[in-house]
Design a protein around this ligand. Structure first.
Ligand SMILES: C[S@@+](CC[C@H](N)C(=O)[O-])C[C@H]1O[C@@H](n2cnc3c(N)ncnc32)[C@H](O)[C@@H]1O
Length: 312
């Protein structure tokens, strides 16, 4: 996941404090400490702890010791954790924790998942494409970012059955609005059912069709610079196009979150050169030089997060 704060020429005081608050939120979130709790002012559903069913994703180190580009990869002697230690000074001898299935179970057990999201996740689990759904911990992070930003107007590109969009809609204030862009009517029907069950339908403006068309229509409607937050989670080769359109729609100081920027780790593997991986890799590289936004890529576990905010 990649996060960007949109900025043009000067960083207003509000944006600075906002950025600090977001950074704090992220830091707390990634440490998964109890201190990450925030006021649940807009959550209408009872949060519930989630027990992992055993189908968790995770990164495990398959060999106990190997060399990778001069780095020494060491598996922990402990039976409870796997970690990688840089064999040189590059990482300041810090231990880089890899997410094992066991550790991911632990993370998930520390997610407050509202009951309605749990129901949606369970209904989606048997459907084709269920692996596309963001995980409970990712959804919690998205909701926290929206809340911390004080976002009112949001956009999601790629709704599927609505898990991430519902997490966002739940946290939005009553006056909030989420434009939810999806091309598949069937999965959108499930999303709409859950917006209704959760009592948030009035906050969600569903756009059935190609996301580019939906975003362009918002621009034509004079809504440029009106949005606080956007989440991109659709066709990977279109990410750059979505990003450009969202840069017009999201206000200065707003936040754009992009999922799958590590693409299951493939972006860092020079031997993987399929079109999607190349596209994401090129996008990440161009973003590094994009002075319109400031960026942050925070290694977390299987996905990465980044906050960006332009400093030109
Ligand atoms: C990864 S899934 C989204 C998952 C969702 N964020 C969630 O948490 O459940 C990607 C979705 O994007 C939709 N999609 C792909 N290309 C699209 C396009 N060009 N326009 C609109 N939706 C698109 C797919 O139909 C799919 O439902």
């Amino acid at each position: 996941m990649s996060l960007m704060l949109h900025h043009v020429s000067m960083l207003p005081h509000e944006a600075v404090s906002c950025k600090l608050r977001l950074a704090g939120a992220l830091a707390r979130s990634h440490s998964f400490s109890a201190s990450c709790s925030v006021t649940n002012r807009a959550i209408h559903c009872t949060p519930e702890r989630w027990s992992c069913s055993g189908s968790c994703i995770g990164v495990s180190i398959s060999s106990s010791r190997c060399n990778y580009q001069g780095k020494r990869l060491v598996r922990s002697c402990s039976t409870t954790s796997d970690f990688v230690i840089a064999g040189d000074e590059s990482y300041g001898n810090k231990q880089v924790v890899s997410l094992t299935p066991r550790l991911y179970d632990y993370v998930l057990k520390n997610v407050r998942e509202p009951e309605i999201l749990r129901q949606l996740r369970e209904e989606t689990a048997s459907m084709r494409g269920s692996q596309m759904q963001v995980s409970p911990d990712q959804a919690q992070l998205l909701a926290m970012l929206v809340q911390t930003l004080g976002a009112e107007w949001c956009i999601e590109v790629g709704v599927y059955t609505g898990y991430s969009s519902l997490a966002i809609a739940l946290i939005l204030p009553e006056s909030g609005r989420l434009v939810a862009c999806e091309r598949d009517a069937k999965s959108l029907d499930i999303a709409k059912k859950y917006y209704h069950l959760a009592g948030v339908s009035h906050k969600v403006d569903v756009r059935l069709g190609l996301a580019v068309d939906s975003l362009e229509s918002l621009i034509l409607n004079g809504e440029s610079g009106s949005y606080d937050f956007a989440f991109i989670d659709a066709e990977k080769r279109m990410t750059e196009k979505y990003f450009e359109l969202l840069l017009q729609l999201v206000r200065v100081g707003g936040l754009i979150v992009i999922d799958n920027v590590l693409w299951h780790g493939k972006v860092a593997d020079p031997l993987v050169n399929d079109p999607k991986t190349i596209s994401i890799r090129n996008f990440n590289r161009r973003l590094m030089e994009d002075k319109r936004v400031s960026i942050s890529m925070v290694g977390s576990y299987q996905f990465f997060s980044s906050i960006t905010d332009a400093l030109s």
